[in-house]
Design a protein around this ligand. Structure first.
Ligand SMILES: NC(=O)C1=CN([C@@H]2O[C@H](COP(=O)(O)OP(=O)(O)OC[C@H]3O[C@@H](n4cnc5c(N)ncnc54)[C@H](OP(=O)(O)O)[C@@H]3O)[C@@H](O)[C@H]2O)C=CC1
Ligand SMILES: O=C(O)CCC(=O)C(=O)O
Length: 442
């Protein structure tokens, strides 16, 4: 148990204490990605005024479900996988956030990802709390049939806590519109009605939204381009390096390229390619689809993995996984601007180095919020059964992302903090105001 009191009334002894006792289910010697989130909350607490009284509520997820997901493999044997759904906070609305399939998924990672969703949804003022799910599996090793059985069993197991008004999953790493179609179908069969609004990121023919597939990359572009204006960096000819060439990295690279920027490096799991003359991301995607790897694209040279961070570029877009920009490489980055397509790619220590070096960073909770913003549009469209044109979706998305960027930039300037701390100030204030108004009793 932990108790909180107004920080102003704390004794010097109390102030010295670590402000959060860890939940017992996390190993204090190896907390994992959730530690990054806890540190980010500690950094914002001094800016929360009286609302700091409620800050412990951000440090503890509201609800955690760990499920066993057994499936029949194609060879007739049975395999068991570990699945999670974490609802970090629901003070401002239903939980919302993606589902990740990856061999390195852990409870700590899903807790961190769900917490970042709370901050992201509040930072762009969507009427949601934060949630996230994951299954510890390397999906590349399993057939489509096995992945369908896995998804359906997982959906049934977490069916206890998801629903269009409770918690709405969506795609994340290694999940896609087909995964969402299976989730929607399984949930619908279990509740006895077609419930399109239970997940977003569905195929357009099943209640999905136009514009969702490129929305995260588009938001990375919109916020990145706004930051470039602030820094006086011209878009035309700007040199961009992208880590991760999946849903987010690919779309961001294409949209920057379409606006005259030059993609000088791309890295994915299979390797790193570089070209001073510029890489055509459409050709890179075609090459990846044909050969299964990014390397070997004509006109590019292959770099060692770590060399990616030292590439001469104006804008760096990490769009893969957490903890990529660390103390080890933050000092070598040449970019003037980093736009976080991925969730949690930069450690707090690397944040400090980048700030000292004068490198501007558009944080994940703002930069990659385009995806959940169009997910919100999809959910609204499903509820009203009235679907918008792609132009309407893109123009509403651009407006929300631009306004969020400009208002957070103003907070950053006013408090002389990083854009990440500015986003946390605004988001935590919104979440804790809701918490304080609702009180503790149901
Ligand atoms: N999809 C969405 O709408 C949103 C996603 N995000 C975040 O964006 C990030 C990427 O997600 P998304 O694009 O959907 O996922 P995808 O599965 O579509 O793509 C992930 C990409 O990252 C690459 N990758 C994985 N590990 C590494 C690594 N260690 N080094 C270099 N590249 C790596 C993968 O390479 P390979 O293909 O070779 O495995 C792939 O290109 C995640 O952090 C996710 O949480 C954030 C907001 C919304
Ligand atoms: O579209 C959504 O609901 C969530 C996407 C997501 O998982 C994220 O923003 O990290």
């Amino acid at each position: 148990m932990t108790t909180t009191q107004d920080p102003k009334n704390q004794t010097p002894e109390q102030k010295k204490l670590r402000p959060h006792d860890l939940p017992s289910y996390l190993d204090p010697n190896n907390i994992g990605p959730y530690e990054i989130f806890l540190e980010q909350v500690d950094r914002v607490t001094p800016y929360l005024g009286k609302l700091a009284y409620w800050v412990e509520t951000l440090k503890r997820p509201k609800r955690i479900l760990i499920v066993d997901v057994p499936i029949h493999l194609d060879d007739g044997s049975v395999a068991h996988f570990e699945g999670y759904r974490v609802q970090h906070n629901t003070s401002r609305g239903p939980a919302k956030g993606g589902v990740r399939y990856h061999q390195d998924v852990t409870l700590s990672e899903v807790m961190a990802l769900s917490a970042w969703m709370t901050i992201k949804n509040a930072a762009v003022n969507l009427p949601y709390g934060g949630g996230k799910g994951g299954i510890r599996i390397d999906p590349r090793k399993y057939s489509t049939g096995e992945l369908e059985r896995l998804t359906r069993r997982y959906t049934s197991e977490i069916g206890l806590i998801i629903g269009p008004e409770k918690d709405i999953p969506a795609p994340d790493v290694n999940t896609n519109p087909q995964t969402m179609a299976w989730m929607m179908d399984t949930y619908s069969m279990n509740v006895g009605r077609t419930a399109t609004g239970v997940v977003t990121g569905k195929p357009v023919s099943l209640g999905g939204s136009l514009g969702r597939s490129d929305a995260t990359g588009r938001g990375v572009f919109v916020t990145g381009a706004e930051a470039m204006k602030k820094l006086g960096l011209p878009l035309e000819g700007a040199r961009i390096a992208v880590q991760g060439f999946g849903n987010v990295g690919n779309a961001a690279a294409r949209i920057f390229f379409d606006h005259g920027a030059k993609i000088v490096a791309i890295q994915d799991v299979t390797g790193t390619i570089h070209s001073d003359a510029g890489i055509n991301p459409y050709q890179a995607a075609e090459h990846l689809a044909q050969t299964g790897k990014i390397t070997g694209l004509p006109g590019t040279e292959e770099l060692q993995r770590e060399e990616f961070w030292t590439v001469d570029c104006d804008v760096l877009i990490p769009a893969a996984l957490e903890k990529q920009i660390t103390e080890a490489n933050a000092g070598q980055i040449k970019a003037k601007l980093i736009v976080e397509g991925a969730n949690g790619p930069t450690t707090p220590q690397a944040d400090d180095i980048l700030r000292e070096r004068g490198i501007t960073l558009v944080p994940d909770v703002l930069a990659n919020a385009g995806g959940v913003t169009v997910s919100y549009f999809e959910w609204v469209q499903d509820f009203s059964s009235f679907f918008w044109t792609e132009e309407e979706i893109n123009s509403r998305l651009d407006r929300i992302m631009t306004e969020a960027f400009l208002s957070l930039w103003e907070v950053k300037e006013r408090h002389d903090v990083t854009l990440r701390t500015a986003a946390y100030i605004v988001a935590c204030t919104r979440v804790l105001e809701a918490r304080a108004l609702r009180g503790l009793y149901p």
